[in-house]
Design a protein. Structure first.
Length: 283
């Protein structure tokens, strides 16, 4: 059993070792995340934004998630695989939540699911999914599926009332049986307070260093969507660990130039031979 499990994560948490998490959406990104030794590979509904070009995560469907989950599950053999429940797939009832979570495991090949929490009905959904035998990560702070009520992609927990809400939501999700909580876009002291109040790991994104682990979006940390001449939307908290968008642009421009100037394909890239007698017959 070489797959990372909840037990491995709990052991890291107990020893104070940071937990690593990165998103992936397809076979090649999953292979990369897995090879890098990342603990948790998240098929995030951020796929709607970084892969499908939507402005929000709201349009992402269960069918979208299942397609991406299946591709990721074929590429990652070691990382724990977590799939996001998309907007509209778990809010109606606990039955709907359990059914959607079950599909991410049975049809998508995931090991666990993540849902955006906070409200009492989300906590009930999380509890029901855990009771159905599916491990759940909660997600509080900036919950992108709630931008309609949050008034946009805004940091949370910046005043006492909002910080209390973040903490209470995290505690409620822990009580519901979640094995970890993603803390998105909250001030570092709020993340520190939540982390020390919980008995399960917090995984921060835009939440400062005082979390039990960190998560970033694959395309953001690689600067993959840094398309020259296009608007860039890499979040402020994301460090660029690569410059892949620029590298892709340079490679494609070079290819175009070499085709136009007939430098490509040179003899080195023209591998197939025909024997001399056939050349004479054929040509
Ligand atoms: O969808 C996503 O990528 C996420 C992470 C930012 C935690 O939910
Ligand atoms: Na998400």
């Amino acid at each position: 059993w070489k797959r990372i499990t909840l037990n491995h994560l709990a052991a890291k948490y107990d020893k104070g070792e940071p937990i690593t998490m990165v998103t992936a959406y397809d076979y090649p990104s999953a292979v990369h995340v897995d090879n890098a030794g990342i603990d948790i590979c998240l098929v995030g509904d951020s796929v709607g934004m970084v892969v499908h070009g939507h402005d929000t995560t709201l349009p992402v469907t269960m069918d979208d998630m299942l397609l991406h989950c299946r591709a990721v599950s074929r590429g990652a053999s070691r990382s724990l695989l977590v799939g996001d429940l998309p907007f509209g797939s778990y809010e109606e009832s606990k039955e709907q939540a359990v059914a959607s979570a079950t599909r991410l495991l049975k049809e998508g090949g995931m090991d666990a699911i993540k849902l955006e929490g906070g409200t009492p009905s989300r906590v009930i959904a999380a509890r029901s999914i855990v009771e159905a035998g599916i491990a759940v990560i909660g997600h509080v702070g900036l919950t992108p599926q709630a931008i309609s009520v949050l008034g946009g992609f805004r940091p949370q927990g910046r005043n006492a009332a909002s910080a209390t809400k973040v903490l209470e939501s995290a505690l409620a999700l822990q009580d519901a049986g979640c094995f970890a909580i993603v803390l998105e876009c909250v001030p570092s002291p709020v993340a520190a307070a939540v982390t020390s109040s919980l008995q399960i790991p917090t995984i921060g994104i835009g939440a400062g260093p005082n979390c039990s682990g960190q998560v970033l979006v694959y395309h953001d940390l690689l600067q993959m969507t840094q398309h020259p001449h296009h608007a860039q939307v890499t979040p402020k908290f994301c460090k660029a660990y690569g410059n892949i968008g620029i590298a892709v642009n340079e490679a494609l421009c070079k290819y175009r130039e070499e085709v136009v100037s007939q430098k490509f394909p040179s003899a080195a890239y023209t591998p197939y031979r025909i024997d001399q007698s056939s050349v004479e017959t054929f040509i």
